[in-house]
Design a protein around this ligand. Structure first.
Ligand SMILES: O=C(COP(=O)(O)O)N(O)CCCOP(=O)(O)O
Ligand SMILES: [Zn+2]
Length: 311
C-alpha cells in the first residue's frame, strides 16, 4: 500500500531499525528498487530531489511531481509492502507545494544553510501547510560537506544537539536529519571514514524522534570494479563503510538516504552489457543488467539496515 513516510519511520523508531530512502529519476530505478523491496519483504521510501522533478517533468516541477506520484502509487497500490514517496532536499517553495499538491507522502524542507532562527521560521511555515494536507515533514540541522545540487558547501557543519532539541520543539517536524559528518556523492572521506557518533547519540536522547542520515551510500567496491573494468574512472571514491552505517542505526538513525550506490550499480551494469553486446539496441535488454545490479545493491542494503521482513 501507499503510506505516509511518518508511519514507516515511527515503526522503525520503535523497533530500532532503519528504512532506506532510495532516490529515483526514472522508471528503471523505481522498478529495480521495488523488486528489491518485494524480495526482502521490506517497507520502501522512494524519494526524488528537485532536480529529479525537473528532469521527469521536462522542466515543469508540478508535472514531474505528478508523474512520480502516479508511477509510485501504481506500484504501491498493487503490492503488500508499504511504500512512501518523499521530496528530498526541498529548497524551493514552489517545488515543495507542487509535491504536496501532487500527493507526496512527505517533504523535506532543507533550510540548513540558513541561520537557526531563519531555518526555524521557514520550517514552521512548511510544517503548517504540510500537516494541514496530511503530509509529514523532514528538516536538516547542520550542513553536509560535498556538493549538493545547488549548494556547494565545502566544509560540513556538524549538528549541535541542544539546538536540535530546541529546533524540533519549535518546528514540530516529524523527522530530523542531523549532520554528523557525511556528505553527498562518492567522495565522502579523504582519509579514514569517521562520523560523530557522540552527537548522534545526544540528538537521539534529546529528541527521541526518527532521525535521517543523508550521504549514506557506501560506494560498493564490487560495482566500482565492474564499472572500472568497462571504462569508468571512480578513483578516490569512498563511502560510509557498512559497519559504521550499522552503528548509526544502532544509535537511532531510521531513514537512510541512498542515491550514489544505485547510480554506480546502474552504470556498472550498463557499461558491462554494452561492452559485451555491441549489436544490442533494445532498451529492455541493455537496461537489464543495470537494473539487476541496482536490485542487488537495494536488497543488500535492506538486509543491512534491518528492514527486511518488516513490511
Ligand atoms: O543523501 C542523499 C544521497 O546520499 P549519497 O550520495 O550518499 O547516496 N540524497 O539526499 C540524495 C541527493 C540527490 O540530489 P540530486 O538529485 O540533486 O543529485
Ligand atoms: Zn541528502
Amino acid at each position: 500500500p501507499y503510506v505516509n513516510t511518518k508511519d514507516i519511520l515511527e515503526k522503525a523508531n520503535k523497533e530500532y531499525y532503519a528504512v532506506a530512502a532510495f532516490n529515483i529519476n526514472n522508471l528503471e530505478f523505481l522498478q529495480a528498487i521495488v523488486e528489491g523491496g518485494i524480495e526482502k519483504k521490506s517497507p520502501l521510501i522512494i524519494e526524488t530531489s528537485e532536480g529529479a522533478m525537473k528532469y521527469a517533468g521536462m522542466g515543469d516541477p508540478l508535472r514531474g511531481a505528478s508523474l512520480f506520484v502516479k508511477m509510485v502509487r501504481e506500484f504501491a497500490d498493487s503490492l503488500d509492502i508499504p511504500i512512501a514517496l518523499h521530496l528530498d532536499h526541498g529548497k524551493n517553495f514552489k517545488y515543495i507545494i507542487s509535491a504536496i499538491k501532487a500527493g507526496y507522502s512527505s517533504v523535506m524542507i532543507d533550510a540548513s544553510d540558513k541561520p537557526l532562527e531563519e531555518n526555524i521560521k521557514t520550517t514552521k511555515d512548511i510544517v503548517r501547510i504540510a500537516h494541514a494536507a496530511g503530509v509529514s515533514v523532514e528538516a536538516e540541522l547542520g550542513k553536509l560537506a560535498g556538493i549538493e545540487d545547488n549548494v556547494a558547501s565545502s566544509e560540513s557543519v556538524l549538528v549541535n544537539p541542544d539546538e536540535a532539541k530546541y529546533f524540533v520543539e519549535e518546528t514540530q517536524v516529524d523527522f530530523l536529519a542531523p549532520a554528523i559528518g557525511t556528505s553527498h556523492g562518492a567522495f565522502k572521506f579523504k582519509g579514514e571514514a569517521k562520523l560523530d557518533f557522540d552527537r548522534l547519540k545526544k540528538v537521539k536522547e534529546l529528541t527521541k524522534m526518527p532521525l535521517v542520515l543523508h550521504g549514506a551510500s557506501s560506494v560498493v567496491q564490487e560495482m566500482v570494479e565492474i564499472a572500472e573494468n568497462y571504462g569508468a574512472d571512480f578513483g578516490g571514491s569512498k563511502g560510509v563503510p557498512s559497519d559504521i552505517l550499522k552503528e548509526t542505526v544502532r544509535l537511532g538513525i531510521n531513514k537512510v538516504n541512498t542515491d550514489t550506490d544505485l547510480r554506480m550499480a546502474f552504470v556498472a551494469g550498463l557499461r558491462e552489457f554494452l561492452h559485451n553486446n555491441p549489436k544490442e539496441f533494445d532498451p529492455r535488454k541493455y537496461m537489464d543488467t543495470a537494473k539487476a545490479y541496482v536490485k542487488k545493491v537495494v536488497s543488500d542494503r535492506l538486509e543491512l539496515l534491518g528492514s527486511a521482513n518488516k513490511a
